[in-house]
Design a protein around this ligand. Structure first.
Ligand SMILES: [Zn+2]
Length: 485
């Protein structure tokens, strides 16, 4: 087993203190990317050293085999599985891995000194019956979750132990930082709320509209830098619409949902890694098995759920070679509602009281740059992404439904090197020659992109990379949309 990370050691210390001070139902909060499985292995290994028996419970049968594999990878082999006809059935082994669905049906449970409940933000009534059974009241049940914020968890667990936070993991280099842009804003006034989140059918109606779908695709082509991208939709029809719009715009787009077989899902992941797919549109594939190198998130799924929101953004924060950050294009106003995921903290478990009694904690306000749609804390006087400084009495013109500031030119220029400007111009010149466009086209497109003419650049030709081609496609879509209007 590899050496523990500092926050994992801290998590183990917190757990020991909690149990020795009499808590029987501690909950460990350990975000995606913090090494939650590694932490689980350390807990299990500690129990093994003291000759204790552990039941490790997962919320779905489909998670059994990957849990076994993860423990084996950490060097833990004394494992049995509780599941009908599973080849690893062996009640003698000190570690028993089981799904809640299987345990619920068994009249007799194997004895254990410790129970670990994985993905413990998902509560099953069976857990309550089990915890209350005679012989089990004094056995520690340890909850593990990246987002243990579900309503009423505080009625079943008695101590929240925050191993680390997303914000700390980014600051310490365990997760990639992210930049958020809010290029379009849906109208959700007609969408009701059910169980704390938007009514899914009404939400799908509000989001699966040609204009919004086209906006998401056009923005990705303009600003997505051809990064491997995961796009989140409301439901399957919405995800399919997005996929079709991407494909119609010349983008290789894949699709997965909860019913996609694991082998097919893995194949899609490999295609995204190799670049055979550029974007994968999905609905609801979050908690299980997607561990891809994603560098851009397109969020078209509005939510009021902090858990869902954090899980979505978390898909883009894993470190990878050559990855500096993750771009987030929020077409759902979720950041406006919930703030940045790095500002979401909970010091206590939810006690399940009335909603009105629990106002959402104050979060730092976010503001959106009116030039580049970058979202940042409101304390800064200018945009940290493009450098734009809002001026009083600036005239604002509405173009394509987007706010467009007149007078001040987009200074994205500052962020790009001379070499990159030359590459773009040379690529545009190459396109002029290969498509037989008018000579002025390259300079006009350059000005569209950079807000200034290509002074001081030479007109050598360079074969365009995908980012330039994507951007040019986005201008075609924009043009077509304008003509249609
Ligand atoms: Zn800006």
């Amino acid at each position: 087993m590899r050496a523990a990370w500092p926050h994992q050691s801290r998590g183990l210390d917190l757990l020991r203190q909690s149990i020795s001070s009499g808590h029987k139902r501690p909950m460990l909060a350990s975000p995606t990317g913090s090494g939650k499985t590694g932490l689980a292995s350390m807990i299990v290994e500690g129990a093994l050293r003291k000759s204790k028996r552990v039941i490790f419970c997962v919320p779905a049968i489909s998670l059994i085999n990957q849990t076994v594999a993860a423990f084996r990878e950490q060097g833990i082999t004394e494992i049995g599985v509780i599941q009908a006809q599973h080849p690893m059935t062996d009640w003698q082994q000190p570690i028993q891995i089981a799904s809640v669905q299987t345990l619920e049906r068994r009249p007799v449970l194997p004895e254990a000194d410790i129970v670990v409940i994985d993905e413990a933000h998902r509560w099953f009534k069976f857990y309550g019956r089990w915890m209350a059974k005679s012989g089990w009241q004094n056995v520690p049940f340890i909850g593990l979750s990246a987002t243990p914020w579900a309503k009423g968890l505080g009625k079943h667990y008695d101590d929240l132990l925050v191993v680390t936070t997303t914000s700390e993991l980014i600051d310490n280099g365990f997760l990639a930082p992210f930049r958020v842009f809010a290029p379009s804003h849906p109208d959700l006034t007609s969408v009701g709320t059910v169980a704390g989140d938007y009514h899914e059918g009404q939400l799908a109606d509000a989001m699966n509209r040609p204009q919004l779908v086209a906006d998401a695709v056009e923005n990705w082509l303009r600003h997505g830098e051809n990064r491997p991208t995961l796009c989140f939709a409301v439901d399957r029809a919405h995800a399919k619409s997005l996929q079709q719009q991407f494909e119609a715009s010349g983008v290789r787009a894949g699709y997965v949902d909860m019913n996609t077989p694991i082998e097919e899902r893995d194949l899609v992941g490999q295609q995204l890694r190799k670049g055979a797919l550029q974007v994968v549109c999905n609905v609801g594939v979050l908690t299980t098995g997607i561990d891809w190198d994603v560098r851009c998130i397109v969020l078209c799924r509005p939510t009021k759920s902090e858990m869902l929101f954090v899980q979505i953004i978390g898909r883009g924060l894993r470190l990878a070679e050559g990855k500096l950050d993750c771009l987030v294009f929020d077409h759902s106003d979720t950041h406006e509602r919930l703030g940045f995921v790095t500002d979401i903290h909970h010091a206590k478990l939810d006690m399940g009281a009335q909603r009105q009694a629990q106002p959402r904690p104050e979060r730092p306000k976010t503001v959106e740059c009116s030039k580049c749609y970058y979202l940042q804390p409101s304390k800064f006087p200018q945009c940290l992404s493009c450098g734009f400084k809002p001026q009083r009495q600036n005239k604002v013109d509405v173009e394509d439904g987007e706010l467009f500031e007149l007078g001040a030119k987009h200074s994205l220029k500052n962020a790009l090197s001379h070499a990159d400007e030359q590459r773009w111009f040379s690529s545009l010149v190459w396109i002029v020659k290969s498509k037989n466009y008018k000579p002025g086209w390259a300079a006009a497109k350059f000005k569209d992109k950079f807000g200034c003419w290509p002074h001081g650049l030479d007109d050598t030709q360079v074969q365009p990379q995908q980012d330039v081609l994507n951007w040019v496609r986005s201008t075609h879509i924009r043009y077509a949309k304008r003509r249609a209007a």
